[in-house]
Write a protein that binds this ligand. Structure first.
Ligand SMILES: *[C@@H]1O[C@H](CO)[C@@H](O)[C@H](O)[C@H]1NC(C)=O
Ligand SMILES: *[C@@H]1O[C@H](CO)[C@@H](O)[C@H](O)[C@H]1NC(C)=O
Ligand SMILES: *[C@@H]1O[C@H](CO)[C@@H](O)[C@H](O)[C@H]1NC(C)=O
Ligand SMILES: CC(=O)N[C@H]1CO[C@H](CO)[C@@H](O)[C@@H]1O
Length: 391
């Protein structure tokens, strides 16, 4: 009796622990010491920035990269390193440092404090000039496909903005963003001109428009670096909070619909073999379920009615989610079964999404045979980020 009571207590406690911690999708790796990126810092050094302003910027740059980030490429065996280039601009741009110049954090810190606090001679300032120079620094740093697997970020400190004629920074900004470069802006607002602040922010990638008045600017910029460093290999789609919204928060999870049909068990192996640490997709909650379905609906190789295998199956008395090989399966929490499912069956132990209701385009789970029902499927893998270096 006592034994039974203890057992009940144990059972209650362990299910409580599970209930308190419903499984969630992984966040992007956020370890600044393992950042791997190419960054060009572009600093307005026109008279309007003032020497005090430039010294603040220098101190800030040093702080941003001061979180143990490996600067340069030569001194490290770990490939997770950051190259930093430096451009200043006023009525013309000067490349102060290409991406290969700084080879340690000390080197970067000392040089930044030497280079930056020297004001330019002009009070005219053309962001377009600075941006063009940053673009050429990035492309010079990519010669011979050097670090072509690294993301690129341009960090701009700007006190003023104009976009007349050839001095319009927007075409360069658009071209860079559409080729995968992220742009973060810090509007250095000395005069309280909101129009200028807004215009500078408009060339930034979504959510990367900052001002020097932000209370936590260093952390914001570090956050922009962490987010830029969190991405999916080509042909994989990053899971975000909202489908198709560029600035929507990213998860550290990549998804790939596979249009070639297979039964559940071979599909599971297919995901494991497609990419290192790959596995069949999890749908821990409705948000993920809906995201995956939108991804499928946007994929013309998936016909209606929509049916696709997911990484859920019945193992040892319960339903569990797939995980990378070598990791424990994750017990099911939220349920999104179609009416009448799961059906009791010793052979139908695999789960697929099935479009069931004709009047409404949606899918729900149904259990099916692991070996005999060929369908399309969706694979999942952790994103490339500070935790995971991707060749
Ligand atoms: C690129 O490769 C060419 C030919 O292999 C070599 O001559 C050149 O030095 C390389 N350039 C850089 C920047 O590494
Ligand atoms: C950044 O852009 C968003 C969206 O356009 C805007 O709501 C926000 O005020 C901007 N922030 C700054 C600091 O300009
Ligand atoms: C939807 O599919 C189109 C065509 O393949 C693609 O260009 C677009 O990026 C997709 N949308 C999203 C949000 O993935
Ligand atoms: C089906 C199920 O177990 N749902 C649980 C998932 O986790 C939340 C949060 O702990 C619980 O409230 C649900 O009951």
């Amino acid at each position: 009796m006592l034994l039974f009571a203890t057992w009940l207590l144990l059972l209650a406690t362990s299910s409580e622990i599970l209930a308190q911690n419903p499984p969630t999708d992984r966040s992007c790796g956020n370890d600044l010491s393992n950042l791997w990126l190419d960054v060009v810092v572009v600093v307005d050094n026109s008279i309007g920035m003032t020497q005090a302003g430039l010294t603040e910027v220098a101190a800030q740059i040093v702080t941003i990269f001061g979180g143990g980030t490996r600067i340069g490429t030569i001194a490290y065996s770990d490939k997770r390193t950051v190259r930093v280039g430096l451009v200043t601009y006023n009525n013309q741009a000067t490349v102060q440092a290409d991406l290969n110049r700084f080879q340690s954090a000390d080197d970067l810190f000392n040089s930044v404090f030497q280079i930056l606090p020297k004001l330019g001679a002009s009070d005219e300032v053309y962001l377009a000039k600075g941006l063009d120079a940053a673009e050429s620094v990035l492309s010079a740093g990519r010669k011979n496909a050097t670090r072509s697997n690294y993301k690129q970020l341009v960090l701009i400190y700007a006190s003023d903005y104009r976009d007349d004629g050839e001095e319009d920074p927007r075409p360069t900004a658009e071209r860079m963003k559409s080729s995968g470069v992220s742009i973060a802006t810090v509007a250095f607002d000395q005069t309280g001109n909101e129009g200028v602040v807004k215009a500078i922010g408009e060339i930034a990638s979504p959510g990367f428009n900052f001002t020097n008045e932000d209370a936590d600017l260093v952390r914001e910029i570090q956050g922009a670096m962490i987010k830029t460093n969190c991405f999916c290999s080509s042909l994989w789609h990053q899971y975000r909070k909202e489908f198709g919204v560029d600035g929507s928060p990213k998860y550290g999870v990549c998804l790939k619909p596979v249009a070639l049909t297979a039964a559940w068990a071979p599909a599971k192996l297919g995901c494991q073999n497609m990419i290192k640490s790959g596995y069949m997709v999890t749908e821990f909650d409705k948000q993920k379920h809906d995201f995956v379905f939108k991804l499928i609906q946007n994929d013309t190789s998936f016909p209606e009615p929509y049916v696709y295998h997911i990484g859920l199956s019945y193992v040892n008395g319960g339903y569990f989610w797939q995980q990378p090989v070598g990791h424990a399966l994750v017990p099911l929490n939220d349920s999104l079964w179609n009416p009448g499912f799961p059906q009791q069956s010793s052979s139908n132990t695999a789960v697929l999404n099935q479009q069931a209701i004709a009047t409404e385009i949606s899918v729900g789970w149904q259990n099916t045979n692991q070996y005999t029902v060929p369908e399309r499927y969706v694979c999942e893998v952790a994103s490339c980020d500070t935790d995971t270096y991707c060749e």
